[in-house]
Design a protein around this ligand. Structure first.
Ligand SMILES: [Cu+2]
Length: 255
Protein backbone atom coordinates (compact mmCIF):
# COMPACT_ATOMS: atom_id res chain seq x y z
CA UNK A 1 0.00 0.00 0.00
CA UNK A 2 1.53 3.24 -1.06
CA UNK A 3 1.23 6.35 1.06
CA UNK A 4 -0.89 9.21 -0.22
CA UNK A 5 1.31 12.23 -0.81
CA UNK A 6 -0.15 15.49 0.37
CA UNK A 7 0.46 18.22 -2.22
CA UNK A 8 2.88 20.93 -1.00
CA UNK A 9 1.19 24.20 -0.22
CA UNK A 10 2.47 27.28 -2.01
CA UNK A 11 3.96 29.90 0.36
CA UNK A 12 1.32 32.11 1.93
CA UNK A 13 3.34 35.17 0.89
CA UNK A 14 2.91 34.26 -2.79
CA UNK A 15 -0.87 34.41 -2.52
CA UNK A 16 -2.31 37.31 -4.56
CA UNK A 17 -4.82 38.08 -1.81
CA UNK A 18 -2.13 38.22 0.85
CA UNK A 19 -0.01 40.55 -1.28
CA UNK A 20 -3.00 42.77 -1.96
CA UNK A 21 -3.84 42.84 1.75
CA UNK A 22 -0.25 43.77 2.64
CA UNK A 23 -0.24 46.76 0.25
CA UNK A 24 -3.67 47.92 1.44
CA UNK A 25 -2.49 47.50 5.05
CA UNK A 26 0.31 50.01 4.53
CA UNK A 27 -1.98 52.44 2.68
CA UNK A 28 -4.83 52.23 5.23
CA UNK A 29 -2.44 52.52 8.17
CA UNK A 30 -1.04 55.76 6.74
CA UNK A 31 -4.49 57.22 6.00
CA UNK A 32 -6.07 56.21 9.32
CA UNK A 33 -3.03 57.33 11.34
CA UNK A 34 -2.86 60.71 9.63
CA UNK A 35 -6.58 61.52 9.67
CA UNK A 36 -7.22 60.28 13.21
CA UNK A 37 -4.21 62.00 14.73
CA UNK A 38 -4.77 65.31 12.92
CA UNK A 39 -8.50 65.99 12.74
CA UNK A 40 -9.43 65.66 16.41
CA UNK A 41 -6.32 67.51 17.58
CA UNK A 42 -7.06 70.46 15.26
CA UNK A 43 -10.73 70.47 16.27
CA UNK A 44 -9.82 71.15 19.90
CA UNK A 45 -7.63 74.17 19.16
CA UNK A 46 -4.19 75.22 20.36
CA UNK A 47 -3.20 73.92 23.83
CA UNK A 48 -3.48 76.31 26.77
CA UNK A 49 -1.66 74.17 29.34
CA UNK A 50 1.19 71.70 29.66
CA UNK A 51 -1.44 69.05 30.41
CA UNK A 52 -3.04 69.63 27.01
CA UNK A 53 0.31 69.58 25.18
CA UNK A 54 1.14 66.24 26.81
CA UNK A 55 -2.35 64.94 26.04
CA UNK A 56 -2.07 65.89 22.36
CA UNK A 57 1.31 64.20 22.19
CA UNK A 58 -0.15 61.09 23.81
CA UNK A 59 -3.11 61.07 21.42
CA UNK A 60 -0.73 61.20 18.45
CA UNK A 61 1.45 58.37 19.76
CA UNK A 62 -1.52 56.16 20.75
CA UNK A 63 -3.26 56.80 17.44
CA UNK A 64 -0.17 55.84 15.43
CA UNK A 65 0.33 52.76 17.61
CA UNK A 66 -3.28 51.70 17.04
CA UNK A 67 -3.60 52.53 13.33
CA UNK A 68 -1.73 49.43 12.04
CA UNK A 69 -4.31 47.31 13.89
CA UNK A 70 -7.22 49.26 12.39
CA UNK A 71 -5.40 49.30 9.01
CA UNK A 72 -5.05 45.51 8.97
CA UNK A 73 -8.73 44.98 9.72
CA UNK A 74 -9.71 47.48 7.00
CA UNK A 75 -7.29 45.88 4.49
CA UNK A 76 -8.65 42.38 5.15
CA UNK A 77 -12.21 43.63 4.85
CA UNK A 78 -11.44 45.42 1.57
CA UNK A 79 -9.65 42.38 0.08
CA UNK A 80 -12.49 40.11 1.10
CA UNK A 81 -15.20 42.40 -0.27
CA UNK A 82 -13.34 42.82 -3.59
CA UNK A 83 -12.68 39.11 -4.02
CA UNK A 84 -14.53 36.75 -6.33
CA UNK A 85 -16.75 34.87 -3.94
CA UNK A 86 -18.11 31.83 -5.74
CA UNK A 87 -15.80 29.17 -7.08
CA UNK A 88 -18.26 26.32 -7.31
CA UNK A 89 -16.56 22.92 -7.31
CA UNK A 90 -13.16 24.27 -8.30
CA UNK A 91 -11.66 26.25 -5.38
CA UNK A 92 -8.34 27.96 -6.21
CA UNK A 93 -5.13 26.24 -5.12
CA UNK A 94 -4.38 28.80 -2.41
CA UNK A 95 -7.87 28.71 -0.91
CA UNK A 96 -6.74 26.70 2.09
CA UNK A 97 -4.75 29.39 3.82
CA UNK A 98 -6.89 29.58 6.91
CA UNK A 99 -4.82 30.77 9.87
CA UNK A 100 -7.33 30.11 12.60
CA UNK A 101 -5.55 26.88 13.56
CA UNK A 102 -2.07 28.31 13.30
CA UNK A 103 -0.29 28.44 16.68
CA UNK A 104 2.30 30.75 15.11
CA UNK A 105 -0.33 33.34 14.15
CA UNK A 106 -2.08 33.07 17.53
CA UNK A 107 1.10 33.51 19.57
CA UNK A 108 2.31 36.40 17.39
CA UNK A 109 -0.95 38.22 17.91
CA UNK A 110 -0.94 37.49 21.64
CA UNK A 111 2.57 38.94 22.02
CA UNK A 112 1.90 41.98 19.81
CA UNK A 113 -1.34 42.92 21.55
CA UNK A 114 0.20 42.37 24.99
CA UNK A 115 3.05 44.74 24.12
CA UNK A 116 0.60 47.34 22.77
CA UNK A 117 -1.54 47.16 25.93
CA UNK A 118 1.45 47.37 28.27
CA UNK A 119 2.83 50.32 26.33
CA UNK A 120 -0.52 52.16 26.57
CA UNK A 121 -0.95 51.46 30.29
CA UNK A 122 2.57 52.50 31.28
CA UNK A 123 2.65 55.63 29.14
CA UNK A 124 -0.84 56.61 30.32
CA UNK A 125 0.07 56.18 34.00
CA UNK A 126 3.19 58.33 33.65
CA UNK A 127 1.23 61.11 31.94
CA UNK A 128 -1.57 60.92 34.51
CA UNK A 129 0.95 61.22 37.32
CA UNK A 130 2.35 64.46 35.88
CA UNK A 131 -1.08 65.85 35.06
CA UNK A 132 -2.22 65.62 38.66
CA UNK A 133 0.97 67.07 40.14
CA UNK A 134 -0.76 70.40 40.92
CA UNK A 135 -3.19 68.59 43.25
CA UNK A 136 -0.30 68.23 45.67
CA UNK A 137 1.00 71.75 45.12
CA UNK A 138 0.47 73.73 48.33
CA UNK A 139 0.56 77.05 46.47
CA UNK A 140 -2.24 76.14 44.08
CA UNK A 141 -5.39 78.25 44.22
CA UNK A 142 -8.69 76.51 44.91
CA UNK A 143 -11.97 76.98 43.11
CA UNK A 144 -15.17 75.15 43.97
CA UNK A 145 -17.16 74.24 40.89
CA UNK A 146 -20.85 73.41 41.11
CA UNK A 147 -22.74 72.13 38.11
CA UNK A 148 -26.52 72.23 37.89
CA UNK A 149 -29.01 72.07 35.07
CA UNK A 150 -27.71 73.98 33.09
CA UNK A 151 -25.13 76.36 34.49
CA UNK A 152 -21.80 76.30 36.26
CA UNK A 153 -21.11 78.26 39.44
CA UNK A 154 -17.61 79.07 40.61
CA UNK A 155 -16.71 79.85 44.20
CA UNK A 156 -13.34 81.55 44.52
CA UNK A 157 -12.73 80.23 48.03
CA UNK A 158 -9.23 81.72 48.34
CA UNK A 159 -10.55 85.21 47.61
CA UNK A 160 -13.34 85.55 50.16
CA UNK A 161 -16.86 84.46 49.33
CA UNK A 162 -16.93 85.41 45.69
CA UNK A 163 -19.30 83.38 43.56
CA UNK A 164 -19.50 83.92 39.84
CA UNK A 165 -20.79 82.20 36.74
CA UNK A 166 -17.67 83.36 34.89
CA UNK A 167 -14.41 81.47 35.17
CA UNK A 168 -11.38 83.74 35.43
CA UNK A 169 -7.93 82.26 36.00
CA UNK A 170 -4.54 83.94 36.48
CA UNK A 171 -1.95 82.72 33.96
CA UNK A 172 0.86 80.37 35.08
CA UNK A 173 -0.77 79.67 38.44
CA UNK A 174 -1.72 76.10 39.39
CA UNK A 175 -5.40 75.80 40.21
CA UNK A 176 -7.30 72.94 41.82
CA UNK A 177 -10.99 72.56 40.97
CA UNK A 178 -13.23 70.89 43.56
CA UNK A 179 -16.14 69.77 41.45
CA UNK A 180 -19.65 68.73 42.48
CA UNK A 181 -23.23 68.84 41.23
CA UNK A 182 -26.57 69.95 42.65
CA UNK A 183 -28.74 67.61 40.63
CA UNK A 184 -27.61 65.10 38.00
CA UNK A 185 -24.20 64.01 36.76
CA UNK A 186 -22.39 66.66 34.74
CA UNK A 187 -18.81 66.74 33.51
CA UNK A 188 -16.49 69.70 33.90
CA UNK A 189 -14.35 70.03 30.79
CA UNK A 190 -11.97 72.82 29.79
CA UNK A 191 -11.27 71.79 26.23
CA UNK A 192 -7.94 73.51 25.45
CA UNK A 193 -6.50 72.75 28.89
CA UNK A 194 -7.07 69.02 28.58
CA UNK A 195 -8.89 68.53 31.89
CA UNK A 196 -12.21 66.80 32.40
CA UNK A 197 -13.82 65.35 35.50
CA UNK A 198 -17.33 64.22 36.40
CA UNK A 199 -19.48 66.42 38.61
CA UNK A 200 -21.47 64.07 40.86
CA UNK A 201 -24.23 65.07 43.29
CA UNK A 202 -23.17 64.55 46.91
CA UNK A 203 -19.55 63.98 46.08
CA UNK A 204 -16.50 66.15 45.33
CA UNK A 205 -14.09 65.21 42.56
CA UNK A 206 -10.89 67.08 41.92
CA UNK A 207 -8.84 68.03 38.92
CA UNK A 208 -6.06 70.54 38.47
CA UNK A 209 -4.22 72.45 35.79
CA UNK A 210 -1.81 75.31 35.25
CA UNK A 211 -3.05 77.51 32.40
CA UNK A 212 0.01 78.76 30.53
CA UNK A 213 -1.41 81.09 27.89
CA UNK A 214 -3.50 84.25 28.22
CA UNK A 215 -6.67 83.94 26.17
CA UNK A 216 -10.28 82.83 26.06
CA UNK A 217 -11.05 79.11 26.09
CA UNK A 218 -14.01 76.77 26.06
CA UNK A 219 -15.69 75.23 29.07
CA UNK A 220 -18.27 72.57 28.31
CA UNK A 221 -20.39 70.02 30.09
CA UNK A 222 -19.28 66.65 28.73
CA UNK A 223 -22.06 64.50 30.20
CA UNK A 224 -25.53 64.39 28.65
CA UNK A 225 -27.46 66.05 31.49
CA UNK A 226 -30.86 66.94 30.13
CA UNK A 227 -32.67 69.14 27.67
CA UNK A 228 -30.23 72.06 27.56
CA UNK A 229 -27.02 70.05 28.00
CA UNK A 230 -25.67 71.41 24.70
CA UNK A 231 -25.96 74.96 26.04
CA UNK A 232 -24.16 74.25 29.28
CA UNK A 233 -21.01 75.96 28.12
CA UNK A 234 -18.99 79.03 29.03
CA UNK A 235 -15.82 80.86 28.17
CA UNK A 236 -12.77 80.58 30.40
CA UNK A 237 -10.76 83.79 30.70
CA UNK A 238 -7.06 83.34 31.38
CA UNK A 239 -5.64 86.74 32.34
CA UNK A 240 -2.55 88.26 33.95
CA UNK A 241 -2.34 88.22 37.76
CA UNK A 242 -3.00 92.02 37.82
CA UNK A 243 -6.10 91.66 35.64
CA UNK A 244 -7.28 88.78 37.79
CA UNK A 245 -6.91 90.89 40.96
CA UNK A 246 -8.87 93.73 39.34
CA UNK A 247 -11.62 91.33 38.28
CA UNK A 248 -11.92 89.56 41.64
CA UNK A 249 -12.19 92.95 43.41
CA UNK A 250 -14.91 94.01 40.96
CA UNK A 251 -16.79 90.88 42.10
CA UNK A 252 -16.48 91.87 45.76
CA UNK A 253 -13.60 89.52 46.56
CA UNK A 254 -10.20 90.30 48.01
CA UNK A 255 -7.13 89.97 45.85
CU1 LIG B 1 -24.34 69.26 32.34
Amino acid sequence: MSEVETPKRPSILKSKDVQKTAILWVVFTAIIGFVASTVQVRAMGAPASETMSTTINMMRVFTWAASPVAGLVAAMAATTLMAKRHYGDAPPADADHGIRNSPKAASTWLVVSAILCLFAVIWGMIVLQNDNAALLNGKAMNINVTGQQWVWNFDYVDNGTTRSQDLYLPVDKPVVFHVTSKDVVHSFWIVQMGIKVDANPGYVTETSVTPNKIGIYDLRCAELCGLYHAYMQKKVHVVSQADYDTWIQSQGGKA
